[in-house]
Design a protein around this ligand. Structure first.
Ligand SMILES: [Zn+2]
Length: 280
């Protein structure tokens, strides 16, 4: 019996574990979109030894979850003939990590040592961007949406405040904010970019393959279409302390002086009619 050992994903090279997880062009795209990046390594052993000895814990976590997600994808292609865009592999890895950490925290209780969710915002990899989004519920049922894009030096690149009508459902507000931020990003040139939200339900639904018929799910579907369109985009759940700037922007009530302490590396002003925040 002849066994075809060609990679089922790219159909260009011999399938080895190292190829599937690292050198395959599909895997390279996943790594380049992640916070880890990609550089030349000659073998699986050399690569993993480098990961264990020289990467910080937060990157190691992302690496091992990506390895799991890439291998799962290889099996989905081989056994189920199912394909996904490469950003799905990254988002699935991050969502699974978040769920695992959340489950771990609720099972060990508050008195135990906290797990390694970042306690504060972490800058993206060089030449990458991050967009943090958050929503505030206003008294009249409206939502105020706050979004901010920063680069690998932590500098503010763009910000936006929006007020939209609603009926005060926090999760709908969160997903509306996510969709508006995606539309906004579409008009800008900050790529590759990772969207960060502190609403875990949003990231769980974005990586779910089930379809639901609620209003929330309809907006999730809009988000999925936009993510499909914008190829160099990923998303992640972060805890509230790591989303503090977007949180504060959403609650700033158009008060630019209130924003100055939180964006202190740059001056900021707001044009009279526009809701865009300009960083000088
Ligand atoms: Zn391949």
């Amino acid at each position: 019996m002849i066994v075809d050992d060609t990679c089922s994903i790219c159909a260009k090279d011999t399938e080895t574990a190292f190829h599937v997880l690292y050198t395959c062009e599909f895997a390279q795209s996943v790594w380049l979109l992640s916070n880890v990046g990609w550089q030349i390594n000659s073998s699986l052993n050399e690569w993993l030894r480098g990961v264990i000895t020289s990467y910080p814990q937060s990157q190691q976590e992302e690496i091992f979850m990506l390895i799991w997600s890439l291998w799962l994808y290889r099996n989905e292609v081989v056994w189920e003939s199912r394909t996904h865009p490469y950003r799905f592999i990254l988002s699935r890895a991050r969502t699974a990590l978040t769920e695992w950490k959340t489950a771990k925290i609720s099972s060990v209780g508050l008195s135990s040592r906290p797990l390694s969710f970042p306690a504060c915002w972490e800058a993206p990899a060089p030449s990458h961007f991050k967009c943090n989004v958050d929503v505030a519920l206003l008294e009249n049922g409206y939502y105020r949406l706050g979004m901010i894009i920063r680069n690998s030096q932590g500098q503010n690149c763009a910000g936006k405040l929006m007020t939209v009508s609603g009926w005060g459902d926090p999760q709908v507000g969160e997903v509306l904010c996510f969709r508006e931020a995606l539309s906004w990003i579409k008009s800008l040139a900050f790529f590759p970019i990772c969207m960060e939200t502190d609403c875990q339900v949003v990231t769980q639904f974005l990586t779910s393959t089930h379809s639901f018929s609620s209003y929330f799910s309809m907006i999730i579907n809009d988000c999925k279409s936009l993510i499909q369109e914008l190829s160099l985009i990923s998303f992640a759940f972060v805890r509230k302390p790591a989303n503090q700037v977007a949180h504060t922007i959403a609650r700033a009530a158009n008060s630019i002086p209130a924003l100055i302490p939180i964006v202190k590396d740059k001056c900021i002003h707001q044009q009279s009619q526009s809701q865009d925040l300009h960083f000088i």
